[in-house]
Design a protein around this ligand. Structure first.
Ligand code: PRT
Ligand code: ZN
Length: 283
């Protein structure tokens, strides 16, 4: 049995739940609980504040966690990154009042910068030999300059509209972030095995998303040309049709080229072309 921590509510909750559902894991959908047992996989889901997840994973209280890379880097906990999940994308950037000049990192020298991410900022400033004062605050960072607490801020930016609304301008991106699947670094072999099963299921879903199932009718005398147009798995399945001189061709093609493939197939004489999505695909 494994335990996975996901954000209880907030920006990562829905995508984290979707991630588990895509792996075929069922745990109901009431977000008000603190824990839930998957009904069809040896997994217990624990709902936590995102800030606590790296520590819970490091301590082994939970075996896995889904958390923003920004939070993980700030907390500096010893965990293993199992996978990058492609959601919760954002960046951590330094922003200054929109009229304040910025001519590169040196312009930050001597400034006061407010942030909730003081470790990441400290590290960035140290690497670049910038002496700036970090004001660690716990929220509402973007109003610090207008209150006179600091000249600049260091915070999460996604669309940039929050900065704009507060008269700030993004001047320096420090890190790009996305949600990560993290694991305790000393899982037992049995626990690793469950993580592998989880990843196997996720990859079967991802592969399916990237491919399409294709069926078509082909005149036998142009079959070679048609087969050559299909960048399929090993080789297409060819089945006879009731009509003399024709056969049915089945294959799986990468999603990103399927329009070009369809054009080539049509030009090669294929008829009755059907394209269908895939549920799961194991390579
Ligand atoms: O309650 P809990 O502690 O669990 O949640 P939280 O309030 O600390 O975090 P939450 O739910 O806001 O965000 C969780 C994670 O989502 C973050 O740690 C990031 O990894 C990721 N993420 C992605 C974001 C954003 N995009 C984002 N835009 N987190 C916060 N924001 C904020 C940003 O700071 C700004 O204030 O959203 C605001 C809007 O951004 P703009 O640039 O689109 O205006
Ligand atoms: Zn948080």
């Amino acid at each position: 049995m494994l335990r996975i921590a996901v954000q209880k509510s907030g920006r990562l909750f829905e995508d984290s739940a979707r991630f588990l559902h895509e792996a075929g894991i069922d745990f109901g959908n009431s977000p008000n609980r603190l824990r839930a047992q998957a009904s069809n996989f040896p997994l217990e889901i624990i709902f936590l504040r995102d800030d606590d997840i790296p520590e819970y994973v490091e301590e082994g209280v939970v075996h896995l966690g889904i958390v923003g890379e920004n939070v993980l880097l700030e907390k500096q906990k010893t965990v293993k990154t199992v996978d990058r999940l492609g959601f919760g994308k954002c960046r951590l950037s330094i922003a200054l009042p929109k009229n304040m000049p910025y001519n590169g990192i040196e312009s930050l020298q001597g400034l006061r910068i407010a942030t909730t991410y003081s470790r990441i900022l400290r590290n960035f400033l140290d690497i670049n030999n910038i002496k700036a004062e970090i004001h660690e605050i716990s929220g509402a960072v973007e109003i610090a300059p207008s209150l006179g607490l600091a000249e600049g801020i260091f915070d999460i930016v996604s669309t940039g509209s929050t900065l704009l609304a507060n008269g700030l301008r993004e001047v320096q991106t420090v890190i790009e972030s996305e949600a990560l699947l993290i694991a305790n670094p000393s899982l037992t072999t049995e626990q690793e095995e469950i993580v592998n099963r989880l990843m196997f299921r996720i990859n079967a879903h991802r592969n399916a998303q990237k491919h399409r199932y294709i069926l078509l009718n082909a005149p036998k005398n142009r079959l070679d040309e048609i087969i050559a147009a299909i960048p399929g798995m090993k080789s297409p399945t060819i089945l006879p049709l009731a009509i003399e001189g024709w056969c049915s061709v089945h294959s799986v093609i990468p999603e990103d080229v399927f329009w070009e493939v369809l054009e080539r197939l049509k030009a090669a004489g294929a008829e009755g072309i059907l394209v269908a999505p895939l549920e799961r695909m194991i390579l």
